[in-house]
Structure formats: C-alpha cells, structure tokens
Design a protein around this ligand. Structure first.
Ligand SMILES: Nc1ncnc2c1ncn2[C@@H]1O[C@H](COP(=O)(O)OP(=O)(O)OP(=O)(O)O)[C@@H](O)[C@H]1O
Ligand SMILES: [Mg+2]
Length: 337
C-alpha cells in the first residue's frame, strides 16, 4: 500500500505496554527481521509501524501485506510481482510489494497463513535478498526490511511442520510481544477516554466522561479482542449516549452488541450439542449411552478451543487446563488434525 507519512499514535502507560514500546524502539535501528506476536487487536500493526518509523528506513515506504487475505498464487504474485503472460489473466507486468517497499519496510501480517511455498521464497529473500517476479527470469535484489506479525504461536506451527523452522529462526531475530489488554489494567480507562473523546469530537459534543459503574464495567471485562474491542465499546457507548440525549456521564457500556438480540454467548455455546444429542434418558427402562454423550462434549470443546486459538494445540491445552500431551492425545482420539 501507499507509504504512511507519520507514525500512528500509541496510547498507554502500563508497565507491560511501555516495555513493549521500549523493546520496539531498541530493535528498530537493527537491520534485521522482527516478529511481532500478540493476540488479535492488541496493537501489532501499530508496533510494526513504530519499528519502521524509528528505523533508518523511516523516510522509505512502509508496505503492508495481509498473508491471510489471499490464496497462495495471488499472495505470491502480490509479494514478488509477475511478468506479463506469467499466467492466464496476467496481461501486464505487475509490480510486487517487495519492489514497492524498496528502501523501506515490508509488513507481513498474519504470516502464519503463508503457504510453505511462499515461506520458502521469503526465506530466500531474507537470506540472500534475492527473488524473481513470477514468470520472470531476472533475479532481483531486494533492499527491504521485513517485519512479520502473528497472533498464534508460530513455534507450535513449526513443530507441527506447518511453518518452516528455518524461516521462523530468521524472522525471529527478535520477537516483540504486544501485551494483551487484560495485562494492561492501567491503560483501560486511558484508552477508553481517548477513543470516547475522539468519538464525541466526531459528533461535535464534549466528552461527558464515564460514570463509576461504566468505569467498573470497562475495568472488569477481560477484553479478548483487546484494544480493538475496547475502541468499539467506547465508541458505541458515546453514540448510544448521544442518541438517547444522555445527561451526566456515560453510564451504559454495551460489551456484547449481540446480547440484546441473541442472549449471552455462554448460554448459547452448548445449544447445538443439546439439540443434536438426545438428553440422557431418565425414564425407567430407557437406554442411553453416557460415554458417547461425554465423548461428543469432549470433542466439541476441544475443537472449539483449537478454533479459538488458531489451531495451536499448546494454547488450546492451556485454555482447557490440559497438558500439551493430553491435548495431543485428544486431538488424535477425535481425529481433529
Ligand atoms: N496503544 C494503542 N493506542 C491507540 N490505539 C491502539 C493501540 N493499540 C491498538 N490500537 C488500535 O486498536 C486497533 C487494533 O490495533 P492493531 O490493528 O494494531 O492490532 P493487531 O494486533 O494488528 O490486530 P489483528 O491481530 O486483528 O491484526 C486499531 O484500531 C489500533 O489503532
Ligand atoms: Mg493486524
């Protein structure tokens, strides 16, 4: 994409956040690849931008590619470009993002989604600076620094053979961790006020502040969607308040906008199971396979945990308070690979 003119604003003063900023600043000037890891919405992209703008490449382009947004062929041609006639539909030469990032930084978002073939090519660029356009003969030399981001543990993917260990070694010259918001308690109200003020400004009204109850709701939520989720909640609160011609501070925080229509997620989570599986028979003489029923529940919970953690068996095991070995056993038992 187009070069960004200035570094985006990063709000926060908690220890965990300042440590991450500090780490990003220290690594910025070192001409090596960096991996930024953290949960969704935790600010990985902003940290990557900070690294770029604090590096010697700040005057060059910062180009972003989301590796999860494209299939393998498209991603390859987006990254490395293609020559006219390289494949059906390639009528013109296409400049790749490596070319566009020349002299600057290439931000590879969701790197875990890059196929093994793309990974192999990335490794070659990192190791030798070399690549070819798709369908091209000429070897090109890239002067590009790579910052990659992932929201799942790439070590687990490497262990499972889904991510090249040699590429991981190279990308992870240094790993900057974006801390989850729940570990940044001191930042919650600061960020909420920041986003709410901006939303109020958009509406042309002064920010009315949050009531103690609203502040309590904000501070006690676990924020699985991190800063992005908080931003939405703060903006939503301001818009609702303004819609209802609110007076005094904002006192209503809607954390889950689905809840009013569909009820809380926790209540619904097990619904398909109870619908699909017969309830245990309690009538005299009725037969019911308890083991089967429990197996079904076990399988559902394990697959949900895996899905919630991007397939990471280690994180899913943590979420279910299982050891990694127990998790592997269950994955095998239920054929969930
Ligand atoms: N410290 C911060 N100060 C201000 N805004 C922030 C901060 N951290 C994150 N944000 C905002 O929160 C949203 C999510 O941030 P960002 O896109 O950097 O997260 P991410 O980790 O890359 O998320 P994803 O994993 O979903 O790609 C953005 O709107 C961003 O501007
Ligand atoms: Mg991102």
């Amino acid at each position: 994409m187009a070069a960004q003119p200035s570094p985006p604003e990063l709000i926060g003063q908690s220890r965990a956040f300042l440590d991450a900023l500090d780490h990003a600043s220290r690594i910025a000037g070192v001409e090596r690849s960096v991996l930024v890891m953290g949960e969704r919405g935790s600010g990985k992209e902003l940290l990557a931008a900070r690294i770029h703008f604090l590096s010697g490449r700040w005057g060059g382009p910062l180009v972003k590619v989301n590796c999860a947004a494209m299939n393998e062929t498209l991603l390859e041609s987006e990254l490395f470009g293609h020559e006219a006639g390289a494949f059906t539909g390639a009528t013109k030469r296409h400049q790749g993002r490596f070319e566009r990032a020349e002299g600057g930084t290439l931000f590879l978002d969701e790197i875990a989604s890059a196929s093994l073939r793309v990974q192999e090519k990335l490794l070659r660029v990192i190791e030798y600076g070399e690549y070819e356009r798709i369908g091209g003969e000429e070897t090109r030399i890239a002067d590009v620094r790579i910052i990659a981001a992932a929201n799942i543990d790439l070590r687990v993917k490497a262990e499972n053979g889904e991510f090249r260990a040699d590429l991981l070694d190279r990308l992870a010259f240094d790993v900057v961790a974006a801390p989850p918001l729940r570990k940044r308690q001191d930042d919650i109200m600061l960020l909420a006020a920041h986003f709410a003020s901006a939303a109020a400004g958009e509406l042309g009204i002064p920010f009315p502040g949050f009531s103690p109850e609203a502040a309590m709701a904000l501070k006690s939520h676990s924020w699985p969607g991190n800063v992005r989720e908080l931003k939405n909640a703060a903006e939503r609160a301001v818009f609702h308040w303004a819609e209802l011609d609110g007076e005094g501070p904002i006192d209503n925080i809607v954390l889950d906008p689905f809840e009013a229509a569909f009820g809380p997620l926790a209540e619904n989570r097990h619904e398909p199971l109870t619908l699909e599986q017969p309830a245990p028979a309690s009538a005299p003489g009725a037969r019911y396979d308890l083991r089967d029923h429990l197996n079904g529940i076990e399988k559902m919970l394990v697959s949900e945990a895996l899905a919630a953690h991007g397939g990471s068996q280690k994180q899913a095991a943590d979420a279910l308070s299982l050891t990694y070995d127990q998790m592997r056993g269950l994955v095998r038992k239920h054929d969930l690979t």
